[in-house]
Design a binder for this molecule. Structure first.
Ligand SMILES: Nc1ncnc2c1ncn2[C@@H]1O[C@H](COP(=O)(O)OP(=O)(O)OP(=O)(O)O)[C@@H](O)[C@H]1O
Length: 714
């Protein structure tokens, strides 16, 4: 399957279908690919074969970074002054003139004008062709066939010439005979490589071959006004030829002297493409798309692709140091990754991937939203950098590489992420990343806790926005809890650990949302749980209330706030009945009086069954966090606090004294009742502005001091 240009070009059959109606760029069409998928274990075995069978390349590839003092043989042969290429071949005899086949003429200009969304990809196409050609030569040699210039190393050389405005790409691959030049380059849509693949059957080398559709070569007409192709077939005794065309309908072929095995393509650039005669531009393009191509590439005598495609190797073949270097290379950072996930599968899809979780992220510094950090490759050739949709947006902190030969051709980057296959690949990858993190959390809990402290925000975002991963994410999240055996400097625990410590009669997981641990420990809502020895999660982040509501259940255990009715039922179910100080009718009178005097804030007053040290509590109310969020979302709206249900502790001394004061000093009693209700609102986090209670507090203080004075005067 040919995937390397998936992000930026149309397959030939669609171009033909579309050519009569083409308006502007053909960027929105997609291609349904029906190609054979090659076993991916073959990719690995190819790599193994490759490295052990080719001395020149093996030496080069066994080091992933080239160091001056021990520069590998293949690289030293490809580098240096002698290695700079130019046009040295000489035409002999007269040139044969040939016309492109009719359909080729018709669509050549479409290829040149509309096929690719970015001109620069012609370099990727030519390098991939060169790599395919070398792969074929290597295959011939491996199958014990003698090839022309058998000692020539397998390599790709590229040269820019800013004076002549040319770009040259040369390989030491299989080359082409005169007949092959006519067949392969005279007919658009014919792929010699496709034929080669068919003949390979199930041969593992198949996985390393890229081209298949027979259009990539023509991309050089996007940038070149004249293309010259010198080629000499690897078949022993072959002659060298020059194929030359201006892409206008015909091409010529002549015999040439001084042609070495393989192919040299010389592009005479059009004025609007002179940038491709500049070394820096070409170097950046090679690094972007072809950095991991399996053969050495030199540009103007300097090695360019110096990093191994680690994801195509077996896990055991890659050292930690190599991982670190590779991570720093792809993420352009200098830290050591926290976790690495090297994952390969052949079913249901063929995927080779490596992911890294950095040690920290920059969003916390307010440096804006991070870009996705995973690039999509096919057979080591880049399809899309920082691919959107490969991992969900909330996983944007993950860096890495995904290589899959199963991705069908798509025209535009924008449509790649809507592709069903990408979504299936994404599912497999997300599951694997979450599973690995879960395993890591058990293997080294302390390390995981540090990681989760740093990245929790992303996972919470995922839990809220990407519901399908709710269960997996909720296993990873860590929150503080009241559990006393937790370490002094780490009170975080998981929902799973919590459930293991639950009381036998406990079916719910309890939490309280508070600003700090101190507030939690002194909260009257937490008090009965503390008395009963029931663990409670302490949530300090406004978002956490939302997160817990979204989780809803962990296994079969419901997650509920300690301020909820369910929590009250749990607490009161086996509680000893409090000894009533007041009679039933006195209690009813008192509660009725409360609803009368505090009617603007209290919808219902009742006697509590909770054993708390506070006179009154708001119960079964809307979460204060939700209220704050709603206000933030719509500040223009008036968010009045609705009337609340208030429970009174009828044995509390303040309540008992208040009951008595009702008869003695109704005015003071009313002030105190109102203050008790406001205090309950404060405790529930529902009191909006405490300044409004100051005049009443001053009246209460004044009364208190007056009574005290009267007491002294008596
Ligand atoms: N550098 C090369 N050396 C030898 N043969 C080549 C070279 N470049 C192209 N060819 C031959 O020309 C054919 C057409 O090349 P082209 O790039 O147009 O298509 P492709 O590589 O087969 O498929 P795709 O369009 O998927 O890349 C190839 O199949 C191959 O047989």
């Amino acid at each position: 399957m040919m995937l390397r240009r998936a992000a930026s070009r149309l397959p030939i059959n669609q171009i033909v279908n579309q050519s009569s109606t083409t308006v502007g760029r053909l960027s929105t069409l997609s291609f349904i690919n029906s190609t054979t998928s090659t076993s991916s274990s073959s990719l690995t075995s190819y790599n193994n074969n490759f490295y052990t069978n080719n001395n020149n390349v093996r030496n080069y590839c066994q080091k992933n970074k080239v160091e001056d003092e021990d520069m590998p043989e293949a690289l030293s042969s490809i580098q240096g002054e002698d290695s700079i290429i130019e046009e040295t071949e000489k035409v002999v005899g007269v040139a044969d003139k040939h016309s492109f086949q009719t359909e080729t003429q018709k669509i050549l200009h479409i290829v040149a004008e509309s096929l690719y969304t970015e001109k620069e990809v012609f370099i990727r196409e030519l390098i991939s062709n060169a790599s395919d050609a070398i792969e074929k030569a290597r295959h011939l040699q491996l199958t014990s066939q003698k090839i022309m210039d058998g000692d020539l190393p397998f390599e790709i050389k590229i040269a820019t010439d800013d004076d002549k405005k040319t770009l040259i790409i040369q390989d030491t691959g299989v080359g082409m005979t005169k007949e092959e030049l006519i067949k392969n380059l005279g007919r658009i849509g014919y792929s010699g490589t496709g034929d080669f693949l068919k003949n390979l059957g199930d041969n593992p080398d198949k996985a390393s071959v890229i081209g298949q559709f027979g259009v990539g070569f023509y991309s050089c007409f996007m940038v070149g006004h004249t293309i010259k192709v010198y080629s000499r077939s690897a078949a022993v005794g072959s002659k060298g030829y020059l194929w030359e065309s201006d892409g206008a309908g015909s091409y010529s072929i002549s015999e040439a002297d001084g042609v070495q095995r393989g192919t040299k393509i010389i592009i005479h650039l059009k004025p609007n493409s002179y940038e491709f005669a500049k070394k820096a531009t070409v170097e950046a393009i090679i690094k972007k798309y072809s950095n991991f191509v399996g053969f050495p590439i030199a540009l103007n005598g300097q090695a360019v692709n110096t990093i191994k495609a680690l994801w195509t190797l077996n896990k055991s073949q890659v050292t930690d140091e190599e991982h670190k270097e590779f991570y720093q290379f792809i993420s352009k950072s200098y830290d050591t990754p926290n976790y690495k996930i090297h994952f390969a599968t052949d079913t249901p899809l063929t995927i080779r991937s490596i992911f890294y979780i950095p040690s920290q992220h920059v969003e916390k510094y307010g440096m804006g939203r991070m870009e996705p950090g995973v690039s999509l490759f096919s057979r080591k050739v880049l399809i899309q950098q920082k691919a959107k949709g490969l991992l969900p947006d909330w996983m944007r902190f993950v860096r890495g590489v995904v290589d899959s030969e199963d991705i069908p051709l798509n025209v535009s980057r924008e449509h790649l992420q809507d592709n069903g296959l990408i979504q299936r690949i994404s599912q497999v990858l997300v599951k694997r990343i979450l599973k690995t993190l879960d395993d890591e959390s058990k293997r080294d809990p302390a390390k995981f806790n540090v990681f989760m402290n740093e990245f929790a925000g992303f996972f919470k975002e995922g839990l809220i926005t990407d519901f399908k991963w709710k269960d997996d994410i909720s296993r990873l999240l860590r929150f503080e809890s009241s559990h006393e055996d937790l370490e002094a400097d780490n009170k975080n625990t998981s929902l799973e650990e919590y459930t293991k410590r639950m009381k036998p009669d406990q079916n719910q997981i309890f939490y309280i949302t508070v600003p700090s641990r101190e507030v939690a420990l002194s909260s009257p809502y937490y008090e009965p749980f503390k008395n009963k020895g029931v663990e409670v999660f302490f949530l300090y982040n406004t978002l956490d209330d939302f997160v817990f509501s979204n989780i809803g259940h962990f296994g079969d255990k419901k997650i509920v706030s300690v301020e909820s009715k369910e929590a009250e039922e749990f607490i009161s179910k086996d509680q000893e009945k409090l000894k009533d100080t007041l009679s039933q009718s006195e209690v009813s009178d008192f509660l009725k009086w409360i609803t009368d005097v505090c009617g603007d804030k209290v919808s219902m007053a009742k006697a509590t069954t909770r054993n708390t040290s506070t006179p009154a509590l708001i119960v079964d109310h809307e979460s204060a966090t939700f209220r704050r969020m709603m206000k933030m979302m719509d500040p223009s709206k008036q968010h009045d606090i609705p009337k609340q249900q208030v429970e009174f502790n009828m044995n509390h001394s303040i309540v008992l004294k208040l009951h008595a004061q009702r008869q003695i000093n109704p005015a003071i009693a009313k002030l105190v009742a109102e203050q008790i209700v406001d205090n309950a609102l404060v405790t529930a986090g529902l009191y909006e502005d405490s300044r409004t209670m100051v005049p009443r507090l001053n009246s209460i203080l004044d009364n208190l001091l007056t009574q005290s004075q009267q007491h002294v005067n008596k």
